[in-house]
Design a protein around this ligand. Structure first.
Ligand SMILES: [Mg+2]
Length: 281
């Protein structure tokens, strides 16, 4: 197993960035951001072949589309710390005229953002279009997406899933953040999702389950497995089991921190649990 300490250090720093961003403006979505930190850190620093100098077309690069745009705090932190824009710009999160809108948008021109997202259910459709364009252009790179599990209650997801398998979009890896929570409660209570593996397989996808979705080593293993399944005629789905609020004990175990910011005392405790590793912005 390769040494992944540098990724774990980055995870801790990104957690600090997340809670500091939302605390500064008393708004935003820390829970899902924290749950997906290990995934996005691993994706951008270990898996994807991408260029932080950024151009919108992304020809001959792997592409990522964040469909559950409300977890923008983790997305912005990972992009900044990968070199897409200055880390200091994280201090502008959700402020007037910022490029770091509460939900990512494209018209502010923030490097790394290729779609507006936040209105749930749309990212897979966009990613399928990008993946098909890559095939038409003879570009052999891969397109990645991330979705919340609650987002799967959107009908457009299943239209896209059906289209992707029927058209053999096999250069697409869509990851579902299976944390069992959404803004109003558990997914089981709000609208039960049933057996997601059976559902995606019935829609013609290959499916991988990563049980330890907050463990960078397990994520690397799962992503390698997923990459090996691409270009075999089917789109690939990763069911990534995570904990909402991971890494901050009082934010874990419920949906409570989906969309609220910590107060001063809670921020101090969250930071105490995640000591600075790479320097705060
Ligand atoms: Mg969820």
């Amino acid at each position: 197993m390769a040494d992944t300490q540098h990724l774990k250090d980055l995870v801790t720093q990104v957690r600090r960035d997340i809670v500091r961003q939302v605390h500064a403006v008393s708004s935003g979505h820390p829970g899902g951001s924290l749950g997906c930190t290990e995934f996005l850190v691993t994706l951008y620093n270990e898996v994807m072949d991408h260029d932080p100098s950024f151009n919108m077309d992304g020809i001959n690069e792997d592409l990522f589309f964040l469909s559950n745009g409300h977890i923008s705090p983790v997305f912005y932190s990972v992009l900044a710390r990968a070199g897409y824009f200055p880390v200091s710009e994280l201090s502008t999160f959700r402020k007037l005229n910022t490029r770091l809108q509460g939900h990512p948008t494209t018209h502010e021109g923030l490097p790394g953002v290729r779609i507006a997202s936040g209105s749930l259910g749309q990212g897979m459709s966009v990613a399928i279009g990008a993946a098909q364009v890559k095939k038409l252009n003879g570009d052999d790179k891969t397109v990645f997406t991330l979705h919340g599990d609650g987002e799967l209650q959107e009908g457009q997801i299943w239209e896209a899933a059906m289209y992707a398998s029927a058209n053999k979009v096999d250069n697409l890896i869509s990851t579902i953040d299976v944390n069992g929570q959404q803004i109003d409660g558990s997914t089981e209570q709000v609208l039960a999702l049933g057996d997601l593996r059976n559902k995606f397989e019935a829609f013609g996808w290959d499916v991988i389950t990563v049980q330890k979705g907050n463990d960078v080593d397990a994520i690397i293993t799962g992503m390698k497995e997923a990459m090996n399944l691409t270009r075999k005629g089917k789109p690939v789905c990763i069911l990534l089991h995570t904990e909402m609020g991971n890494g901050i004990d009082f934010m874990m175990g419920s949906h409570a921190w989906h969309g609220i910011a910590p107060n001063d005392e809670q921020l101090a405790e969250a930071l105490r649990q995640n000591p600075e590793t790479l320097g705060d912005y």
